[in-house]
Design a protein around this ligand. Structure first.
Ligand SMILES: NC(=O)c1ccc[n+]([C@@H]2O[C@H](COP(=O)([O-])OP(=O)(O)OC[C@H]3O[C@@H](n4cnc5c(N)ncnc54)[C@H](OP(=O)(O)O)[C@@H]3O)[C@@H](O)[C@H]2O)c1
Length: 331
């Protein structure tokens, strides 16, 4: 476990020279993304931050951006409105960033929720949570990789469920489209495995970029309230059972923000970044560099070796090909 003191000490070294100078946050309109932006800006470093989010967040973002500019006048914050559950919109917004920037140091991805309310599709025919937690995240990475490759110590941090993968996924119906084949547990199991398998392959193909799939533990962001009818029996049940547990046991906002800032900047994950003298993190393939780091709520690397070996052998090829097929029209 990396202690909070070690994390704070490392984050205290973030400055103009060590900060990710250009960072793109998809999901920075709320929760862990927003907390991490606030912590990054509070370092006082000179940073340019793109926040990508949907129209409904715009008013909230005006207030937030004003707060960030007051905290750190050196921080340049650029808001780009985009419906980030859509693949076409993801492609469009990446073209805007590519038109403005020569490099990207950090891509931080946090969109999504557990689809408690059942299967709901985007206008592109993709289940919304799957699009947010896997497909659009991967599409952002693929489009921005050329800019990430041009950075000194580029990093992709995708916050979802790294290390929690399970092997029992459905390879005959990867998108769980068949009638009766969708429920929240199955969807979450499916999406976390899809995401880790594709990130691992991308990390392998792009050794200059550090990839982290992070599992944040419980953070009381209200994420559990998303994607369901607030008046349903299920909502009432979650309110009565899960929400009090999250309230009691969640990692605090500040600790979560500092942990994710550490994941964005420390050399603990791959050797580049703020120098780290502790135990180096290991990738999902057991190496200290060049790969995917599955990082848990204590900032420990959790390679989940047994499950991943099985997924690698039986599922990775199919998942990769299927993800490519879905994304191809938007590449
Ligand atoms: N918080 C936890 O305890 C926890 C635990 C394990 C895993 N996770 C996962 O980690 C990720 C980050 O969690 P978080 O707590 O930071 O989540 P959050 O506070 O709920 O923020 C989720 C982000 O996703 C965006 N989003 C949600 N639905 C959307 C939609 N239909 N279309 C477009 N954008 C949408 C939100 O945008 P708006 O601001 O516009 O709504 C927001 O930026 C999520 O995938 C979550 O499932 C969270």
């Amino acid at each position: 476990m990396v202690s909070h003191t070690e994390i704070q000490a490392s984050n205290a070294l973030i400055n103009d020279a060590t900060a990710p100078r250009t960072a793109v946050f998809v999901g920075g309109t709320a929760g862990i993304g927003q907390l991490t932006i606030r912590a990054l800006v509070a370092t006082d470093a000179s940073v340019r931050i793109f926040i990508i989010g949907r129209k409904s967040a715009e008013e909230r973002m005006n207030v937030f951006i004003q707060e960030l500019r007051t905290t750190n006048p050196k921080a340049e914050i650029i808001w780009i409105e985009a419906e980030v559950s859509l693949l076409a919109e993801t492609k469009r917004v990446c073209a805007v960033i590519k038109g403005k920037e020569a490099h990207v140091d950090l891509l931080f991805l946090t969109t999504g929720y557990a689809p408690f309310g059942g299967r709901k599709e985007t206008t592109e025919g993709v289940e919304i949570a799957q699009s947010l937690e896997h497909y659009t995240r991967v599409l952002f990475i693929l489009h921005l990789l050329p800019l990430l490759e041009k950075a000194e110590a580029p990093r992709v941090v995708s916050v979802l469920s790294g290390g929690m993968e399970m092997a029992n996924i459905d390879l005959d119906d990867i998108d769980l489209k068949r009638p009766g084949n969708f429920n929240v547990m199955k969807a979450q199991t499916q999406y976390m495995a899809l995401h880790t398998m594709v990130l691992e392959k991308l990390a392998d193909q792009n050794p200059n970029v550090a990839f982290i799939h992070s599992w944040p533990g419980w953070v009381n962001t209200g994420n559990v309230k998303r994607g369901r009818d607030p008046n349903s029996f299920l909502s009432w049940l979650i309110w009565f059972t899960l929400e009090p547990l999250i309230w009691l046991f969640a990692t605090s906002d500040d600790v979560s923000a500092q942990m994710h800032l550490f994941q964005c900047t420390s050399a603990a994950f791959g050797g580049r970044g703020i120098p780290w003298n502790g135990k180096p993190g290991v990738t999902s393939l057991g190496k200290e560099t060049d790969g995917l780091f599955l990082v848990n709520k204590n900032c420990d690397c959790t390679p989940n070796a047994k499950v991943l070996a099985k997924l690698r052998e039986e599922a990775q090829g199919k998942i990769w090909d299927h993800t490519q097929d879905v994304l191809r029209p938007y590449l």
